[in-house]
Design a protein around this ligand. Structure first.
Ligand code: NAP
Length: 310
């Protein structure tokens, strides 16, 4: 029996309250939450500090940190934690640029600690069964529809509309994390169009076309202006019928038959994985979803659309 890893959270906000706190409680054998560092927010009964520097100074017993602030502020905190010899879990997306994530990965290796770039949607219960089906049945095409109401899901999140906040790619990268997990071959972007509100630095919609060397075509539509029913769907055409993931991977149909799946446990699974890589002395940093987003900003046509107001 090993004792639970002493964990701290940096950047306490929506996702920490909704997912990290209950997931850490569900992994009590692996982690004990011992501190938080956040400018304004705290977690009841957990010692809190205003900055990561103050926390690391006061609590040298901390062994690992989860970084849950917006991506533009992730690198500085990650570098400080790694410099102090802590294992680091990064919320998705792992950073604002590919190069900063590569720098952190190299620094973690030098420091002899684990770095985890987490992709929660990869742990949705339909993802591994879909991946297994696609490994056995050749994919011919894929259609990704990720359309949600930004006013409902991201109220008052200014960072998400600023450069580096990714805009509609903040949810869209979840779809790309599933696509890159379930497809047996690597796809690359061939054509893209991004729609930017005239008063914002990040896109509100994106239309993306990918293919692989063998000619598999993937079409992804991301839109933040969807009211009414929300869509987080991936429909795959294979040589042996259709695979349909819905609700962000929580439900799965194969050839029209809904599959029995495990209960949803994305964040508990992430913490299980973090514990596993720490114990194994490894890192887990797959930047494929972030690379596709970077390619979209590089290759995509830019269209300016109506201003967006909360
Ligand atoms: P959030 O509530 O807007 O931000 C999290 C916390 O980060 C804030 O409460 C704030 O805490 C801190 N923060 C904000 N701006 C900062 C800055 N300039 N410098 C340092 N800290 C800052 O956002 P969130 O929804 O939790 O998302 C955080 C991350 O989790 C994002 O990368 C997002 O993509 C990811 N995520 C979110 C969801 C979701 O449903 N919301 C789902 C999955 C993943 P203090 O003011 O106390 O410092």
């Amino acid at each position: 029996m090993t004792s639970p890893i002493k964990l701290a959270i940096v950047g306490v906000g929506k996702i920490v309250y909704d997912q990290h706190v209950p997931a850490i409680a569900a992994n009590a054998g692996h982690f004990t939450l011992v501190a938080t560092a956040s400018r304004n927010n705290t977690i009841e009964n957990i010692p809190s500090f205003p900055t990561i520097e103050a926390m690391l100074e006061a609590r040298p017993d901390i062994e690992a940190v989860s970084l849950c602030m917006p991506p533009q502020y992730r690198y500085a905190a990650a570098h400080k934690a790694l410099a102090a010899g802590k294992h680091v879990f990064m919320e998705k997306p792992p950073g604002a640029t590919l190069s900063e994530v590569a720098d952190l990965e190299a620094f973690a290796a030098k420091q002899g600690v684990s770095l985890f770039a987490s992709w929660h949607s990869r742990y949705a219960p339909g993802v591994q069964p879909a991946k297994a089906y696609l490994a056995a049945n050749a994919t011919t095409a894929m259609h990704v529809i990720w359309k949600e109401d930004v006013r409902h899901w991201h109220p008052n999140q200014d960072w998400i509309w600023q450069a580096g906040g990714l805009g509609v790619f903040d949810p869209g990268i979840n779809a790309l994390s599933i696509v890159t997990e379930i497809l047996p071959s690597a796809v690359f972007l061939t054509k893209a169009a991004l729609e930017f509100p005239e008063n914002r630095d990040a896109p509100i919609a994106a239309d993306l076309h990918f293919q692989d060397a063998a000619g598999i075509k993937v079409h992804a539509e991301f839109d933040w202006r969807q009211t009414g029913p929300q869509s987080w769907d991936i429909i795959v055409t294979t040589a042996n019928g259709e695979v349909r993931l819905a609700n962000g991977g929580a439900r799965l149909w194969i050839n029209g038959a809904e599959q029995q799946l495990e209960k949803e446990a994305e964040y508990p699974s992430l913490y299980q994985r973090f514990a596993d890589i720490i114990r194994a002395g490894k890192s887990d940093v797959d930047v494929a979803p972030l690379r596709h987003v970077a390619d979209a900003f590089m290759l995509g046509r830019r269209k300016v659309v109506d201003a967006f107001h909360d």
